[in-house]
Design a protein around this ligand. Structure first.
Ligand code: AHG
Ligand code: MN
Ligand code: MN
Length: 339
């Protein structure tokens, strides 16, 4: 009989990859696995119950919070709190970082989690895939003290693990701990994730570009020039345009098929839209671990020193050669490197 490896088994088997591992990170990943199953269950019945539509609040960035955004945030928060796995959490849906146990609570736990509990939530009402993104760091403040903001404002190259869950035609959890990228598919009948995509590799080249071209007239000239290149009739071009409007789903497709996803700065969004800490950094870690690349058009995402929890940056991510090509076009306009 073929031996099917579950996510739980995989996490435990690979615990030895971590120097000085006490099993804390493995337990943390298991908590995320559990929370994602709960959210998956809720997302799947979104059309059935009165959870569609706005929650009636705006989050700190002035965006409407969908009810499932709030729900997913609560589930991840509660799971991490109940299992006492982390000392602090930062979330798209929380104004400030949360110290588990309340202000001044000291902790012996080593890790902080940053997350976008529900990404692409404007797609829920129309039955299009959404996701969860997570990023994990080892705290830099001393063990046995409360966590501080600096624990969350670490550059992406300090991440110890990152991943996403895509609630798609099937639900998948994809993660890295710096030893490649591995994908697990949920068998909904028994509620277990199975290893379906071991050691995922981003094709070096691709034929898909993903960008919200509706904002074309607001884009910087380098992006406009690159889009023209994508559309030219030459050497394997034009490429195909594919844009779901869920970063997780767009990234996942491009990771498997080869492609580039761009969310640039624009005159409407001068810093771009996507958040460095819980959208761009975890995706950049995954992209690099799969052999792809992630940049802000000029420099490596993972080397950006964050200054704010909800900071936005432009994102160019996906197949290595495609991102490299886009960077060549951006380099023609060095002034746009400042945003
Ligand atoms: P979120 O739902 O967490 O706010 O993120 C939505 C993001 C991202 O998933 C997607 O790629 C992008 O916003 C779409 O933005 P546009 O509608 O501006 O293209
Ligand atoms: Mn998002
Ligand atoms: Mn979100």
């Amino acid at each position: 009989m073929k031996n099917h490896i579950t996510l739980g088994e995989y996490i435990i088997e690979n615990q030895k990859d971590f120097q000085y591992s006490s099993g804390e990170l493995s337990n943390l990943l298991s908590s995320i696995k559990l929370a994602s199953k709960v959210v998956n269950h809720e997302v799947n019945k979104a059309g059935l119950v009165d959870i569609l539509g706005d929650a009636g609040n705006e989050n700190i960035q002035g965006e409407d919070q969908q009810k499932l955004d709030v729900y997913a945030n609560d589930v991840f928060m509660q799971t991490l709190v109940n299992r006492q796995m982390v000392c602090g959490v930062a979330s798209e849906e929380e104004d400030d970082f949360v110290i588990i146990g309340g202000k001044n609570q000291t902790h012996d736990n080593k890790y902080v989690v940053l997350m976008d509990p529900l990404d692409g939530s404007s797609n829920i009402d129309v039955n299009v895939s959404v996701g969860t993104i997570f990023s994990i760091y080892r705290r830099i403040s001393p063990i046995g003290t409360p966590v501080v903001k600096e624990d969350f404002l670490q550059p992406g190259n300090m991440q110890v693990a990152a991943g996403y869950v895509v609630y798609g035609t099937s639900t998948m959890l994809v993660y890295t701990t710096g030893h490649g990228v591995h994908g697990f598919t949920l068998n909904p009948a028994i509620g277990t994730f199975y290893l379906s995509h071991p050691n995922m590799k981003s094709p070096k080249d691709g034929k898909i570009y993903s960008i919200n071209e509706g904002y074309y007239s607001h884009f910087p000239q380098g992006v406009k020039d690159y889009l023209k290149y994508c559309q030219e009739e030459e050497e394997g071009r034009p490429y195909s345009a594919r844009y779901i409007g869920s970063l997780v789903s767009d990234f996942h497709r491009n990771l498997i098929k080869g492609g580039i996803y761009i969310y640039p700065t624009s005159s409407k969004a001068p810093q771009g839209k996507l958040r460095l800490l819980y959208e761009c950094n975890p995706m950049a870690f995954l992209a690099e671990q799969a052999g792809g690349w992630a940049s802000d058009g000029y420099k490596r995402i993972l080397e950006i020193k964050p200054s704010e929890l909800h900071q936005r940056v432009p994102l160019f991510i996906g197949s290595k050669n495609m991102v490299g090509k886009a960077e060549e076009f951006m380099a023609q306009y060095p002034d746009d490197a400042k945003y």
